[in-house]
Ligand binder design. Sequence first.
Ligand code: DGP
Length: 116
Amino acid sequence: MSDCLFCDIVSGDIPADVVRSDELTVAFRDVNPQAPVHVLVVPRRHIINASTVGDGEGGELAAMLVVAKAVADDEGIGGEDRGYRLVLNVGPDALNSVDHLHLHLLGGRAFDWPPG
Ligand code: DGP
């Protein structure tokens, strides 16, 4: 076990409902879903959040977007007639609670803009 919740999910030390996994990323369902589809896509490598991403993390970021689209397709919301929202929270004002980069994939319902 590490001191990072999502590192422990990546390693399998903490169970999660994993929907996709590859060399760079793991995608699993959010334990507190805010939409019918709510999946978190995380890099295997421990990156703190979007504000700490550097040039060396480009591969992970691209992989996260590709996986999000693949999950959206799996869930039936990847087509032009549906769609989904991708969110990266940074810091307390955004209610960022886990210090391991994670892309929220939200879908299966319509969202407001701007968000509440
Ligand atoms: P954020 O607010 O952006 O830091 O989002 C963290 C998300 O992580 C939040 O939506 C709930 C989710 N989460 C927290 N603990 C767990 C867990 O143990 N398992 C899973 N699957 N999701 C978790």
